[in-house]
Design a protein around this ligand. Structure first.
Ligand SMILES: [Fe+2]
Length: 130
């Protein structure tokens, strides 16, 4: 069973952003599957970092265009997440076996972070972006 399943209540009301969130969920589910099978998660973590960066840029551009008032705080949350992901990448690069120690914590954090970010932080712009 997948770690996270996208459901209609996750919709932020913008098709493109919903599609991005589904893609992020898909990558996190692949990290979960790799972790459960003791396969390397490094490649998928790299893919997540790339796609998250790409998605955050798109989301923030839409916020900017809509003159969304909480953009600065939201940008900070995105930045914190990317920093955390980077620190995971550095750990995995320096100590490849680290994934056997941190893999399940990484997976749990990602699952919690994404659902909370979409359901709480992203939801606050619902109806405000074009
Ligand atoms: Fe966001």
């Amino acid at each position: 069973m997948a770690l996270i399943e996208w459901v209609e209540s996750y919709s932020v009301g913008v098709d493109q952003l919903d599609a991005d969130h589904k893609r992020l969920i898909d990558i996190i589910n692949r990290i979960d599957a790799a972790q459960a099978a003791s396969r390397s998660i490094s490649w998928a973590i790299g893919e997540l970092a790339d796609y998250a960066r790409y998605h955050f840029e798109r989301e923030e551009k839409m916020m900017q265009d809509a003159a969304y008032s909480d953009l600065e705080k939201h940008h900070q949350r995105h930045g914190e997440f990317l920093e955390w992901l980077h620190s995971v990448q550095v750990s995995l690069r320096m100590v490849p076996d680290a994934q056997f120690h941190i893999g399940s914590d990484v997976r749990d954090y990602l699952g919690r972070w994404l659902t909370k970010h979409i359901l709480v932080e992203d939801m606050s712009y619902k109806g405000e972006l074009a």
